[in-house]
Design a protein around this ligand. Sequence first.
Ligand code: ADP
Length: 647
Amino acid sequence: MEKEHLTFQTEAKQLLDLMIHSVYSNRDIFLRELISNASDALDKRRIELAANPDLEDQDPSEGLGAPEIRIDPDQKGRTLSVSDNGVGMNREELKEYIGTIAKSGTREYLEALKSSGGGVRAEALIGQFGVGFYSAFMVADRVDVVTRRLGEREGWKFSSSGDGTYTIEPAERRKPGTTVLLHLKGSDSSKGDREYTDEWTIREIVRKYSDFVTYPIVMAVKKTKEGKEEVADETLNSGKPIWRRSEKDVSEEEYNEFYKHISHDWEPPLLRVVFSVEGGTEFRGVLFVPSRAPFDLHFGMIPSGVNLYIRNVFIMNDCKELVPSWLRFLRGVVDSEDLPLNISREMLQEDPLLRIIRKGIVRRVLNALKKLMADDREKYLLFWKEFGAVLKEGLVSFDGSEGEHRDALLDLCLFSSTARPGKLISLKEYQEERKEGQEQIYYLTGRKEAALRTSPLLERCASGGENVLLLTDPVDEVLAPSLTTWGGMEFRSLERVDALPAGTEGKKNDQEQPEDTAAFLREVLKDVVKEVRFSDRLTTSPACLVNDREGGSMAMEQLLRSMGREVPAEKRILEINPASPLITALGQRLASAGKEERTKLEDYGWLLYYQSLLAGGGQIENPGEFARRVADLMTLGLKGRDVPEKE
Ligand code: ADP
């Protein structure tokens, strides 16, 4: 096959440009990234060999060799190479993995980045897009990759100067694996540039960033042995897994570097959970909560970021079975002593040991979050802002763990509330600050907090002094029906007809109850409301709509519609406020109206219904009709009349 000349995909080219021109505070990280990629390739080799042991013998004269990462500096030629005998890449994979970026939302994100102006940090690009390989172009003016895919015979050479184009051509390679060869840029030590072919520079960088990599990182170094100088391989990393060391012996910096290695994040993590469980089922691990949600966390189901090891051997990354989907923001490693090494994903789903490990992990993570909430509220707020909506999914998860962690999760939830604008409170704080004798936790769901704050449904609580939680995350709609009790208190949606604050039940408005008006409205609105009754909850608004069943909130209806579902408008109960001047005036009018005038007053009935619907956050199904009725009444008002003239 001939040499092919290709161009990077547009987004990839933009990222590469940004990387080359980025404000890099630290160029050393290119080596960390290349070692990381080599280590990942060796992980993949293990997975493929486990699934297909024949691959091992594909080239019996050579064998695959023990897994190894090799660094080879050439001072004279000013090159540096990083090689591995991992899974390698074929021609298509080179194009796909190196020439394109397949992350959803990349284009939008790049647009935003460009329009925001200012410099971009290389670390941020690597973190957001997983383009560690591109960091090689920070130190090299040409990068060659010679690689051969495990299980295939042909080798390939990729070459690029980072100018938006690259070439691919067939190449010789004896064994599967990859060599990344960097043709280093000139270094200017007066500018603080480091010489990356220098043995001690390489040693230092490897120790600092990659010490915990579980495969040996080898370099041939000159040594003097018995007076004679000789060249011998030396392993530069200790390779001791960080999760097998006692937490007190590992520095913050080491943990952070490990986190960056596994997550490709550039910011230190927000929280670390380290555990070592012995006696019974044995497992240990290090898990991290990132400081920031990846920009595609809500785009869909991103895989879990937890890697499974068994007795120190890498088994799989993104092990969904280890943590529930509502903890999918976690990154880290879990190492089990007891699972069999040849376990497959399918077997994992069924394995009772894994279920025990998973439970143990969830409990430890929830405890760590609880502690963070108690010890450092400010940091917890950062966590909640990034991941609260995901964590709440745990209250309604469909992965078989429903309800299992309900109370622990509810303890961790924070809410907006009517009494504490601008502040988020926990249920415990709600309870501590509740009105004496209050036995319910009142809440209202909707899309916008500002809109909820003006809802007529809040009136009685506002005048009675009860605090009301305002739930505005889309997931709140789904979980609201499952909110039953917490801390001996009962959850009550104010949209429910029976949600009245304690102490006000039975206490009707002193006002006379104009039965006639209710009967009139009942007749006019019989197709859209279930019932018309007098309200105990309103103090100023003339009317509101409430529900007599679980779920079925107005916001839920909207949510389902926005997802393209056909949702019939739910028939609600119209509550009217006899103390409202509007209701009084309507009553007086009805009392003296003849048959014809009563018909004309129907417009008022409809408008009362429509405005209750709007105030409750609902949507009018037939806005044209609403507009016509409003226009008719406005015309009359402007003419100084209140009902139409007789025709
Ligand atoms: P990331 O490693 O975050 O996915 P990179 O830009 O560093 O992003 O690499 C892109 C992809 O190229 C990797 O996901 C991997 O599939 C492939 N790749 C990079 N280096 C190697 C390697 N040494 N061996 C095999 N595949 C590699």
